[in-house]
Write a protein that binds this ligand. Structure first.
Ligand code: 7TS
Length: 427
């Protein structure tokens, strides 16, 4: 994003051309309700996104017509369920341009996906003297598992700093020159910050990690549903995401891993479905992905996740990224005008969220007041406690946008914040 004036003009022009996006709202049943007597404005998309009819229908159809256990039966329903589940794997592989559906492991979500790598990979590869590198802007899900892995192995955990009093400078890439040494065995970083709205140059981070022989783990929780993502172009080793942040169901997520890495990795959980042969003395493992999917998998939600991939691709992920970024830029400009506001993250290009704090009004009060106006926001540390502490904050309020949000909703947000400030004597 260039200058303020240019942003203003760009937004106005594009939003007048966004009429087709208003149809998108019709696809989401949950949006058509009143909250506290006002039409719902859902701006908590970074926590979880709403589900389009197509995804809900996929779930209902599966349970009404095909429900059965997979991989174990020769009857018609079991074969249909297996085809649906394996078809979903292939669909997700295509969504991120993985070379092989076997590189897609279904998990419960980003948190579980990262934990699998932090346990299985770290156990086999980390030793005292090794370094695990991550960044200061990670969600706890991409931070605590590495703390645990470092403790268990004797490796050291190091952080790439964020720059600026409001973290507006993003990651300190110059610090990588000293941090990214051959002692670094694994570099784990987020694609998009859930608190700052920073979009990291993941291609550069992957390239620089590869140059020192470090394995890369990308937390794509906040990017997967919002922008194109190509694991082969990135050349990452592992990538984790959650279905529920990309219009899919809760309880399903993905760990992508390069095939040659996965097949050398020991399973994290053991049990039915992931073994070739078992005797009383021991067992042998199937290759990936089954090796990492012990027990009955989450068939229905995987199938609905594939429906979410279809939905997002029909909208177009380039267009989604542009839409979200425009709304975030518009929100940033409107909120910047509010007295006493402190805005976090980049001052220019950002992902579809804005995070802010008022000196005299607690984030929980902001969220409660906004809720009275029918607006869903999130207030708190957003599972970024170390980052909050570094920025000298206990919490922020976050408004996060998605395909169904509109400029009118941003006007309602700004008006609600003005009401809050007036109540607390700030305006
Ligand atoms: N990584 C990032 C960057 C996230 O934003 C989240 C969830 C996770 C990992 C964990 O995902 P999960 O699906 O396994 O829970 N972020 C948020 C949030 O910002 N507000 O609620 C959840």
């Amino acid at each position: 994003m260039e200058s303020t004036g240019t942003i203003g003009r760009t937004i106005t022009r594009t939003i007048f051309n966004m009429s087709d996006w208003s149809n998108v709202r019709a696809d989401f049943p949950v949006l058509h309700q009143q909250v506290n007597g006002k039409p719902l404005v859902y701006l908590d998309n970074a926590a979880t996104a709403q589900k389009p009819r197509r995804v809900i229908d996929a779930l209902v159809r599966y349970y009404e017509q095909d429900n059965s256990n997979v991989h174990r039966g020769l009857h018609a329903l079991s074969m249909r369920a297996t085809d649906g589940y394996e078809g979903a794997r292939a669909r997700v592989a295509k969504f991120i341009n993985a070379a092989d559906p076997a590189e897609i492991i279904f998990t419960r979500g980003t948190t579980e996906s990262i934990n699998i790598v932090a346990r299985s990979w770290s156990q086999a590869h980390l030793k005292p003297g090794d370094v695990v590198l991550t960044t200061e802007m990670e969600h706890h899900s991409n931070l605590v598992p590495w703390q645990q892995a470092a403790k268990a192995s004797g490796a050291t955990l190091k952080y790439v700093p964020v720059l600026g009093d409001n973290a507006e400078g993003g990651l300190d890439l110059a610090a990588l020159d000293t941090l990214l040494t051959p002692a670094v065995k694994l570099f784990a970083f987020t694609h998009v910050s859930n608190t700052l709205g920073t979009v990291n140059s993941v291609d550069e981070l992957c390239r620089r990690a590869r140059a020192v022989g470090a394995i890369t783990v990308i937390d794509a929780a906040q990017s997967i549903g919002h922008m194109p993502l190509d694991v082969r172009a990135l050349g990452c080793d592992f990538l984790a995401f959650s279905g529920h942040k990309m219009c899919g169901p809760t309880g399903i997520g993905v760990l992508y891993g390069r095939r040659e890495l996965l097949d050398k990795l020991a399973p994290d959980e053991t049990g039915g479905g992931m073994v070739v042969q078992v005797n009383y003395e021991g067992a042998t493992w199937k290759p990936a992905p089954e090796r990492f999917e012990a027990g009955t998998p989450n068939v229905a939600d995987a199938i609905a996740l594939a429906a979410a991939c279809d939905y997002l691709d029909a909208l177009g992920r380039e267009k989604i990224a542009a839409h979200d970024a425009e709304l975030a830029a518009l929100a940033y400009e409107k909120l910047r005008a509010l007295p006493g506001i402190r805005l976090l993250g980049p001052t220019g290009a950002r992902s579809g969220l804005v995070s802010f704090a008022f000196a005299d009004v607690h984030a929980h009060d902001v969220v409660t007041f906004a809720d009275e106006d029918g607006i869903a926001l999130r207030g708190g540390h957003h599972c970024n406690q170390p980052l909050m502490r570094k920025l000298g904050l206990a919490s922020t309020t976050r408004a996060s946008f998605y395909v169904y949000n509109t400029p009118d909703e941003i006007d309602r947000l700004a008006a609600s914040l003005q009401r809050i400030l007036k109540f607390f004597g700030g305006a």
